[in-house]
Design a protein around this ligand. Structure first.
Ligand code: MTE
Length: 327
């Protein structure tokens, strides 16, 4: 069984200059269409900004289809090195370098996912079967950690809304919860009581249906590396990074708001909603500004944007809510 994760021979990897030309072209062409997905038609031939033909070569049938919604088009993505060597993944330790050092020991094949709870379709699926219905897209999103650092990251994946369409949560389902693999033999951090394992996260169903909520299987057109949450993680770009749970093995639709790891560990510091909000400081530091990873050492910190800059797309979800209360 093949997966739709791009498999790219080293010789086929698009050089960064070409990659970013393509990105600029697509940004212009598609930025307005948050839901647009190009037909999944094998290796797409896309003109570069300079007009020269550009073949985005992946495994022929497994091409990344399109870049959709890139409101941060003027921001340069962080490098592969930065994105994969400055990580939070407590299952492998608490330092930023631990995931790159230790996540290689995690075996991500075979992998299965359980879907349970208030949904018409539930069950346990091999990853390959689980991923079959989805056409992959590329999304370049800002990523803002609650620790006040940020990056810009070109993810590959599919909208979480499409997953919900597959499993059809019932009208009783108000939330969707996610759970990370629990495998202390390969995840050394889980042998220590750093957090209550397994790591858990969740969203309201309407948040999960927002077109920006994204299930990720790749990065820079390559298969997601372990330290970044392979084989499947969530990305919720308008929320602090801890909502973006890695190495998902279980998805549960529920009527009740699920328990989530960080709000359980420190409820006064990390809320369930965790929307990026420069006006609500963390009890121990300001959230008004952020440090962009890779920026020159004495570069000014940059202003943090409400909902991480995605307010036009997501603010409707929180109408009438006191955003100071629901941090
Ligand atoms: N998921 C799991 N399972 N374990 C974790 O420790 N850390 C979270 C989130 N997802 C974490 C996790 C936090 S705090 C952040 S900021 C992001 O992953 C970091 O993602 P990155 O390492 O890809 O930048």
């Amino acid at each position: 069984m093949t997966t739709r994760i791009p498999r790219i021979a080293p010789s086929e990897i698009t050089p960064p200059e070409v990659y970013f030309d393509r990105r600029r072209f697509l940004t212009g062409a598609l930025a307005a269409s948050a839901g647009a997905v190009l037909a999944r038609a094998g290796a797409a031939v896309l003109p570069s900004a300079a007009g020269a033909p550009l073949q985005y070569t992946n495994d022929a049938a497994e091409s990344v289809g399109a870049l959709v919604h890139a409101p941060e088009q003027d921001e340069t993505p962080n490098s592969w090195e930065q994105i994969t060597h400055y990580n939070n993944y407590y299952e492998f330790g608490t330092s930023k370098s631990d995931p790159a050092a230790y996540a290689g020991q995690l075996q991500v094949r075979p992998w299965s996912l359980a879907v349970a709870g208030e949904a018409e379709r539930t069950g346990t699926f091999a990853l390959e079967d689980f991923l079959k219905p989805y056409a992959l897209e590329e999304r370049i999103y800002r990523f803002r950690c609650v620790e006040a650092w940020s990056m810009v990251i070109p993810w590959v994946g599919f909208p979480l809304a499409q997953l919900l369409q597959q499993f059809k949560p019932t009208s009783r389902a108000k939330f969707v919860a996610f759970e990370t693999l629990y495998r202390p033999s390969q995840m050394p951090g889980q042998r220590m009581p750093i957090l209550q394992w397994p790591y858990r996260e969740g969203l309201r169903i309407d948040e999960a249906m927002n077109p920006l909520a994204f299930m990720v299987v790749g990065l820079y057109g390559r298969v997601l590396p372990n330290q970044s949450g392979a084989p499947l993680r969530l990305i919720v770009p308008w929320k602090y990074g801890f909502k973006s749970i890695k190495a998902i093995v279980r998805i549960v639709f529920s009527e009740q708001q699920p328990v989530t790891t960080w709000s359980q560990a420190a409820p006064n510091e990390y809320g369930f909603y965790a929307n990026v909000n420069p006006h609500v400081p963390h009890p121990r530091w300001s959230q008004a500004t952020e440090r962009r990873i890779g920026a020159p050492l004495f570069h000014e910190r940059q202003a943090t944007l409400m909902f991480n800059g995605y307010a036009p797309e997501v603010a409707y979800l929180y109408k009438g809510m006191d955003l100071h209360q629901y941090f």
